[in-house]
Design a protein around this ligand. Structure first.
Ligand code: SF4
Length: 458
């Protein structure tokens, strides 16, 4: 499908082809679903909401609920006050959520709808009861990306709910950043094994990875509760994972409630997981249990036994900024060579961080934020790689370039299902990533190499 891509690279300022990002509201919707009893509400046209829901549903293989203000020509001209008023009344009457999280779209942003004013007006007119909670997040999709929307939703949640009661609690807030429900479950497991008190926000586990029970639950048992969101202001520290996703919420919480923030890279791979475990250990003043030490030991064992298969293999990596930065670090730990690392999202220090990570292994690494998959494809044509890591869209690049060994990682993955249950964070996740990368490379060489590459024992 991408066989017509040429090798000649032309620098582009105002055009993205096969963008490596998607709409802001998708991120806001995903983060809102990590609040217990929350109905995400898209203030715009039905088409936006349908697209955002379907992208999340395709990735998560779960029905993703969200409502919409259903703008038509009238709202586009006169504003969305009437639509949002009717929508909120209907939502609380019919779907009975604990909270509605309103986010905007391009259209309502261009119109300039003032959501807090509309909600306040409804309260003054008695159309919203005090217990019917509504929050809002601005998510104009003509700037930023789904990652910006996720970060904005997290920040708004802190703004609306977290407060300091004056009585500090021996709790740590953990902001996981944009990871899959299986990863959130893994982060909780690690924190529980260490025996610390924590609040995870957002938490989409047990919301978007439900077992089949035969019964549909519009508001599943999981998600961070409103009480927990409020209590985040009484915790003594926030461990915020992923600078792009989690910094703004952690910084606001520190400013608003004096909760110290500890922002770090996402726990992908060995050293990033070490840093996360160490932060939890220090915060909880606890000793790391043998069970986690053994997990780490098994990872080190696997890395030392499999080193020859990873050594000096060139990798192209495309994804979201926090994921790419943390994964690039792991690739270097595996003795691989990140050749090109790109994200479609804006990220101020992306290039500097990737360059620093690759300084020894590959000082010439091509690192770009605000880039696209077309650029990556052209670059690969000029500089072939051994492995390509990215979301489902990148498989078209792998196919066009002679079936490059391809590892699905990030968002969205619409054509496989493993990410739904198997985490990629932590030591266990690192082993899973190693398995996926080595399987892809070995499968390729066994399929395409000479007979001696197809040894029974590798
Ligand atoms: S880019 Fe804007 S108009 Fe298009 S789907 Fe996203 S939010 Fe809607």
């Amino acid at each position: 499908m991408l066989n017509g891509t040429t090798a000649q690279i032309r620098e582009r300022e105002a055009l993205r082809i096969n963008p490596a990002k998607t709409c802001q509201p998708i991120g806001a919707m995903y983060a809102a679903l990590g609040i217990h009893g929350c109905m995400p509400h898209s203030h715009g046209s039905q088409g936006c909401c349908a697209y955002h829901r379907s992208q999340l549903t395709r990735h998560l293989k779960e029905p993703v609920v969200a409502t919409t203000s259903s703008f038509t020509e009238g709202a586009s001209v006169f504003g969305g006050l009437a639509n949002l008023t009717t929508a909120l009344e209907n939502i609380f009457t019919i779907y009975k959520p604990e909270i509605v999280a309103v986010h905007t779209t391009c259209l309502s942003e261009v119109i300039g709808d003032d959501i807090p004013m509309i909600v306040e007006r409804m309260r003054n007119e008695g159309k919203l009861k005090p217990e019917q909670l509504v929050m809002h997040t601005n998510t104009p999709s003509f700037k930023g990306s789904h990652i910006t929307g996720f970060a904005n939703q997290c920040e708004s949640t802190v703004k609306y709910f977290s407060k300091s009661s004056g009585t500090p609690r021996n709790y740590v807030n953990i902001f996981p950043g944009w990871v899959d429900p299986a990863d959130m479950r893994e982060i909780k497991r690690l924190a529980k094994e260490l025996g610390i008190n924590f609040i995870l926000f957002p938490d989409t586990s047990d919301v978007l990875d439900l077992p089949q029970t035969g019964h549909y639950q519009m508001y599943p048992d999981g998600g961070t509760t409103i009480e927990e969101l409020r209590a985040m202001g009484d915790s003594f520290q926030t461990i915020a994972l992923g600078t792009t996703c989690s910094t703004s919420a952690a910084t606001l919480l520190e400013k608003k409630c004096n909760v110290a923030s500890n922002v770090m890279e996402m726990p992908y791979g060995l050293s990033n997981t070490d840093n996360f475990i160490n932060a939890l250990r220090t915060a909880g003043n606890v000793t790391v249990p043998k069970s986690i030490e053994y997990e780490r030991g098994r990872l080190i064992d696997m890395m030392s036994e499999m080193g020859q298969y990873f050594h000096d293999k060139k990798v192209a990596l495309v994804g979201d900024p926090d994921q790419c930065i943390a994964l690039a670090q792991f690739l270097v730990e595996l003795d691989m060579i990140p050749s090109i690392v790109i994200t479609g999202s804006p990220c101020r220090d992306f290039e500097a961080k990737i360059k620093a990570i690759c300084a020894e292994k590959n000082p010439n690494v091509e690192a770009r934020a605000n880039s696209d998959q077309h650029f990556m494809h052209q670059w690969i044509k000029n500089n072939p790689v051994d492995v390509l890591i990215g979301n489902t869209y990148a498989k078209l690049v792998a196919r066009a370039e002679g079936d490059i060994p391809f590892v699905r990682f990030g968002f969205p993955i619409m054509d496989r299902m493993g990410h739904r249950v198997f985490p990629t964070v932590g030591y266990m996740g690192a082993m899973r990533l190693m398995e996926k990368i080595s399987d892809a490379m070995m499968d390729y060489s066994e399929r395409n190499g000479p007979d001696e590459y197809c040894e029974l024992i590798q």
